[in-house]
Design a protein around this ligand. Structure first.
Ligand code: NAP
Length: 224
């Protein structure tokens, strides 16, 4: 049976799912939806649409208008609103929903994780005068502005549109390094004493965790 699939994306896994669907089911219409936050997203096989739908109702309208038969939520584990919307919209429109969520990373021998439950707790857990690699989305940076004693290295895919509110910081623009060696070099070059990140899971951002293990750098890990 031919299907029209909408993949809620913005992750490496979503792009892989799109490529698999197109390869395995040439007669399917495969659409990947991006929020539109990244200026130059990597190419994705199949159709791509970009921008919000206007809440769960808007997404339900889209599902009906495009005759979507299968909705796949392959968004980032910390992108909670769109996942809530997907559940509601699937119900409203009577479309089958499949959730493909990456499992979280597990603490391994040699890891030194300080596990916290929120950004606020992460901010409080940073020791005085630390040098921190802040590996978080731009919308989460402002909360760390209260830590005037800390030097932050902020890694972002695109340069920020407005200056970051952090008193003492430097920017590292680009995707996470692919290899442990690259990430270890970054930690050493910037004399990083701590990493703050979220437990996203997946392979794409794991090299920094392995580099931290190699160099015995503590990771303040924000849980799901
Ligand atoms: P969010 O808080 O769950 O979503 C906020 C709003 O953005 C949604 O209500 C929706 O707007 C729109 N949106 C989100 N994902 C969308 C998608 N795939 N297609 C169309 N609209 C989308 O999400 P977020 O944390 O801002 O993340 C935005 C996107 O970046 C997600 O697609 C996610 O997979 C990706 N991403 C997020 C993170 C992260 O750390 N959160 C990391 C890497 C990638 P409407 O209500 O108007 O439809």
């Amino acid at each position: 049976m031919t299907e029209t699939v909408l993949i809620l994306g913005g992750t490496r896994e979503a792009a892989q799912i799109a490529a698999e669907f197109v390869r395995d089911h040439p007669d399917w219409r495969v659409i990947t939806s991006l929020a539109g936050r990244t200026k130059e997203p990597k190419p994705i096989v199949g159709e791509v649409r970009s921008g919000g739908f206007g809440g769960a109702e808007g997404l339900a309208d889209y599902l009906r208008a495009e005759g979507v038969t299968r909705l796949v939520d392959a968004t980032h584990p910390f992108a909670r609103q769109i996942s809530r919307n997907a559940k509601q919209a699937a119900q409203i429109a009577g479309v089958r929903l499949e959730t493909r969520m990456r499992p979280p990373w597990k603490n391994q021998a040699g890891d030194h994780w300080i596990e916290v439950a929120s950004l606020e707790e992460a901010c409080d857990a940073i020791p005085p005068h630390a040098r921190v690699l802040l590996a978080l989305g731009s919308q989460h940076i402002a909360l760390f502005a209260s830590r005037k004693d800390v030097h932050f290295c902020v890694r972002m895919v695109d340069p920020p549109e407005i200056p970051l509110p952090l008193p003492d910081h430097e920017l590292i623009i680009g995707l996470p390094g692919r290899t442990v060696d690259e990430e270890a070099a970054l930690l050493t070059d910037h004399a990083i004493s701590h990493i703050v990140c979220r437990n996203s899971g997946g392979d794409g951002a794991y090299s920094k965790i392995e580099a931290a293990r190699r160099l015995a750098v503590p990771v303040i890990m924000i849980g799901r």
